[in-house]
Write a protein that binds this ligand. Sequence first.
Ligand SMILES: Nc1ncnc2c1ncn2[C@@H]1O[C@H](COP(=O)(O)OP(=O)(O)OP(=O)(O)O)[C@@H](O)[C@H]1O
Length: 243
Amino acid sequence: MSSAIVLEDVWKVYGKPPNETVALRGVTLEVGRGEFFAVVGPSGSGKTTLLHLVGGLDRATRGRIVVDGVEISSLRRDAELSAYRNRTVGFVFQLFYLVPRLRVLENVELPLVKRGVPREERRRMALEALRLVGVEHLAHKYPTQLSGGEQQRVAIARAIVGKPRVLLADEPTGNLDASSSEVVMETFRRLNRELGVTIVMVTHNLELIWNCHRAAKLHAGRLAGVYTPDRYEELIASFARRG
Ligand SMILES: Nc1ncnc2c1ncn2[C@@H]1O[C@H](COP(=O)(O)OP(=O)(O)OP(=O)(O)O)[C@@H](O)[C@H]1O
């Protein structure tokens, strides 16, 4: 298994003594290329922190992080980290963060504007991304005219339009009802299967791990285990016992 993501002894400390919070305490983890990988754990266990570090939204205090062959923990300049964010990873958040005054197509084009892709090419790529997630017919609507599930699929189109190797999703169904959640999960499964995109998804909803090849459990900033589907029942039961 070649690795899309490698974390070696990663620590994250927020704040300064005596008011510091240690969010990650030496996490070592590998995610394979083409894996659909879940991260679960109680509130405050460090899930979002881990995703932010992998996505280059924040820097680790200590340790090594390599994503798609790039050692992001050694990128010192903000411009390098920003280029990494724009090219290698795509983000999907719980709150879709679409720009309300822009049409769906224009929202999806945004990451390409930053890259300086010419207009016609942008349009073509944005329509292709919308088609991949099954909402091409909504291209000329505004976000407020869409359901939550449709907005999240547009946000996924925006995340994949630049053809990132890794898609990072933080509670992507946290704001959706059960049927919209299923549509979003089906979209992820298809992107993973057909395009081979590596997906890391943070979730509170343990039922969603059944979509994933493996699931990591964090507890108080430490890796408490990495599970394959044959042990998911055991993982779910561990939450029933003590969270
Ligand atoms: N910017 C920050 N400044 C200070 N402390 C922070 C910051 N972000 C997170 N923390 C703290 O770090 C710890 C881990 O937070 P994190 O958001 O990663 O947890 P989580 O598992 O994603 O939680 P949840 O499931 O509630 O979203 C928590 O104690 C949190 O209060």
